[in-house]
Design a protein around this ligand. Structure first.
Ligand code: PEP
Ligand code: MN
Length: 589
């Protein structure tokens, strides 16, 4: 029976990784949490534990140098590398709401990963904590609704906490890299069979070179000449040695390979200090823990929702998964610190097109100050004429992401083609499917697999049921986080750009559990008529609005007639504060 140590308490990511490793390798053993990394390596080197796990790198926060250094210092042997998809949720005590939160406890790397989310949580400050498990445990112990933790969803169940926000990381594909380590020398006859022998092996070394010009290049050329593929190179100051630096390198290959052994022997001669941490099984494929990061289970994960999976009703409908009967209480989408479908009226505002850095940063700042909860902006624009401004493309996506980070507002942008989906999803919080693509079924399937919430607009010639069937495509791929958006349909009436079909709101709310938004900007297409329709949308039961706002509408490169000024936007927000949220039950009656 192996004893496997990790730093932290129940619910830490390290524990999840360790349990995964034990299960995967068929090793029977118990996990044991210790207080510090130093306690962990001491437990291993004194043979009080058989294996342990150490986080060595985070995709956003960078290398955990203390971990690398300890492995070298304590003569531990790495066994395997595991990439773990981190999926941070904001967890609080029962009864707490996001607005109550004043302090967020989190591991420093998690604070780095959730920078945007935390900057949007204006009233709260982040407090570094040893690990995610401790953060969750402290919140549970304190019992205060003002304190929350960023931790994996599994910690909610362990400490009986509820989820106040999801999608908290700046990047949906963020992950951490862990090394499973064991003592280098074990007592005879007590070695555990780790089942080593992965398809790919990796080796890590730490070294310092003299300050001579070209000494690093010379050391690296030894690896290059041996045909060895480097995987990671990082440096830090070599304290006490002037301006010299210590380098960390991971490369493909195993020290038992004669070619690698020869290259390492040469490098040893060329370096001032040289430590081989060892060779280990490289992680192959996607990071593990992906099932925790896909948005699929998130809404069902909070303990108060641990009810069995809703059963898809056996009724003849083209949209069983989106049907209200499947989830009578309605879906609540959590996008960073914003909840849609949960009694708060959510305004998404921003320009039709992202046009420049100044334009989107200014708009983000202004709409946020005036009451918007999310930021919109088009980078890939579906324009009727091929000669009209087509959007800034990827540059626009990066600018929108920057404006989102600067303002703390989650972002929304349209994807027009399948090949845009994954890359846009890396930068933007919500993928918009525009009216013209509502029935682009392959695109719907692609966003169904992208791991990001989707804002699905009604096609201008689509019936309400066709909109619901389009949403069904997205849900059927495993993505439950869809919001529907009424944006006007084509009728014989030419005065307005489209006819905003507000009757769709109560119908959609009756037929489906998904949140419903209204976009009066594209609905009427004329600035001065947008304000009354915003009021109407809230009164009729929409969960939120999508409106176009521009610092200088007359200069807008697309949809200038319908762009609101910042002051128009303020007037709308003021109007809306006078209108109560339409009660869902009334809407359903
Ligand atoms: C938009 O929101 O910028 C847009 C193009 O909307 P729609 O797809 O509703 O025309
Ligand atoms: Mn537009």
């Amino acid at each position: 029976m192996a004893i496997a140590v990790y730093q932290g308490v129940d619910g830490a990511y390290s524990q999840l990784v360790l349990e995964h490793f034990l299960r995967e390798r068929g090793i029977t053993g118990n996990t044991l949490g210790v207080r510090t990394y130093r306690d962990l390596v001491t437990a291993l080197s004194s043979l009080r534990a058989d294996l342990g796990v150490i986080p060595i790198e985070n995709a956003i926060g960078g290398t955990v140098r203390e971990a690398y250094d300890l492995i070298g210092e304590f003569e531990l042997a790495p066994v395997a590398e595991i990439l773990w998809r981190t999926d941070h949720r904001l967890l609080g005590v029962r009864g707490a709401t996001l607005r109550d939160v004043r302090e967020v406890l989190a591991h420093p790397l998690v604070i780095a990963e959730c920078g945007k989310f935390l900057s949007g949580l204006e009233q709260a400050r982040a407090i570094p904590c040893e690990d995610t498990g401790v953060a969750a445990r402290e919140v549970a112990r304190g019992g205060s609704p003002e304190i929350a933790a960023l931790a994996p969803p599994s910690a909610a169940a362990i400490y009986d906490l509820i989820e106040l926000a999801a999608h908290c990381s700046d990047h949906p594909q963020t992950y951490s890299r862990f090394l499973i380590v064991r003592p280098k020398h074990t007592a005879r006859g007590e070695t555990i069979d780790f089942g080593i022998g992965a398809a790919r092996r990796k080796t890590s070394i730490i070294f310092a070179v003299s300050e001579r010009t070209g000494s690093l290049a010379q050391a690296l050329s030894i690896l290059a000449n041996a045909g060895i593929n480097g995987d990671k190179l990082e440096s830090k100051p070599y304290l006490g040695h002037g301006t010299e630096r210590i380098f960390y390198i991971d490369f493909d290959g195993d020290v038992t390979d004669p070619n690698v052994a020869k290259a390492l022997a040469q490098m040893r001669g060329a370096c001032e200090t040289f430590t081989v941490l060892g060779s280990y099984d490289a992680h192959v494929g996607e990071p593990v823990g992906a099932s925790e990061v896909t948005v699929r289970p998130s809404l069902e994960r909070a303990p108060e929702r641990l009810a069995p999976e809703p059963i898809v009703p056996q009724v003849e409908t083209p949209f069983p998964r989106v049907a209200r009967a499947t989830k009578p209480d309605g879906t609540v989408l959590r996008i960073g610190n914003v909840r849609i479908g949960d009694g708060e009226f959510v305004i998404i505002a921003g320009p039709c097109s992202i046009e420049s850095r100044e334009q989107i940063l200014e708009t983000a700042r202004e709409v946020r100050a005036r009451g918007a909860l999310m930021l919109r902006g088009g980078a890939f624009k579906p324009r009727t004429s091929p000669y009209a401004f087509q959007g800034l493309g990827w540059e626009g996506i990066e600018l929108l992401a920057e404006a989102g980070r600067a303002s703390g507002l989650p972002t929304v942008s349209e994807v027009m083609t399948i090949d845009q989906v994954t890359r846009v999803a890396e930068h933007i919080d919500v993928l918009q499917i525009g009216a013209r693509n509502m029935q682009n079924f392959d695109l719907l399937k692609a966003v169904g697999r992208a791991g990001r919430p989707v804002l699905l607009k009604r096609g201008f010639s689509a019936t309400i049921d066709e909109l619901l069937a389009a949403a069904e495509y997205i849900l059927s791929e495993g993505n439950p986080n869809v919001m529907l958006c009424e944006r006007g349909i084509r009728t014989f009436e030419p005065t307005t750009r489209n006819t905003l079909d507000l009757s769709a709101v109560p119908v959609l709310r009756e037929r489906s559990h998904l949140p419903v938004l209204v976009d009066p900007s594209h609905g009427v297409g004329v600035r001065r008529w947008i304000r009354p329709l915003c009021r109407a949308a809230k009164a009729v039961g929409a969960h939120g609005l999508l409106v176009e706002v521009h610092p200088n509408p007359t200069e807008a490169k697309s949809d200038k007639e319908q762009a609101l000024t910042f002051d128009d936007f303020s007037a709308i927000v003021a109007d809306l504060s006078q209108i109560p949220i339409a009660d869902a039950v009334l809407v359903r009656d």
